[in-house]
Design a protein around this ligand. Sequence first.
Ligand code: MG
Length: 321
Amino acid sequence: MSALAPARGEVQIVEVGPRDGLQNEPMPVPVDARIALVQDLAEAGLTRIECGAFVRPERVPQMASSDAVCRALTADVMIAARGVRLSALVPNLIGLERARAAGVREVAVFAAASETFSRRNVNQSIDEALRSHAEVCAAAGSAGLAVRGYVSTAFGCPYEGEVAVSAVIRVTDALLRNGVFEVAISDTIGVAHPAQVRQVMREVLRAVPARSVALHFHDTRGTALANVLAALDLEVTVFDASAGGLGGCPFAPGATGNLATEDLLYMLHGLGLARGVDLNAVVAASARVERVLGRHLPSRYYRAVRSATGRTHDGSRPGAS
Ligand code: MG
């Protein structure tokens, strides 16, 4: 069993708000607030946090200065003392070198299960992207860095619609052969429902071990928690989530994107499946970044708790009617 896999009976959350979340917010968040968000989430007890992306700033201005963000966090003594694993997204060898220089010890690469999505998103075919990842994985391995993989559009594509399970398996398997320790199978547009999760993941898990798989759900159509339950039955134990539901959906402006960390934690606490993460502290972390963003975050749990205590992002009291 991989040393990076969760212990038996434990569900692991990979917090992606500071990267996947903030990357999809309309306004870039200042470096200090990005650092504070990761520090807050680490103090709340989250142990795996994706904190930046080493992509071209003209393409993704929200992730500019990830060097400064990661440098500060990898030097943070509290984060180190807690054993928090910080990771960053890298699209290529240049990104990998920037991540390594900033002290990051775990990186993530992304591929798509849909050919059209791959071409439109990274201007490469699936196979071209996989070849590029093979180089990144080899170089990361030589430098002693761990690599995580994402397979986007695994449950549906905004351009092609249905995606064949065989394509999901092919890309997942290729990433694992390249040396990634875990593949996050991702519902990029938030269309998955539990019956589909069961069907897709049963086939995937016939080809690759459950300990090498994570799931990345979006709550765009309100099915993310139901999907997590379906996946737990199949013994998947690693789930991505975003504090406050940061990020929105890039394919449906105004809609919900990433499953919110608070919503996932509330359910997992009820099931007795998550220990060591302080839900109130995650809410406080979300509240702090919400004030910077100046927009309401969509997490159901967050909104329930915040409205019950009479606070909104601008400090006003909601109407009493
Ligand atoms: Mg996402």
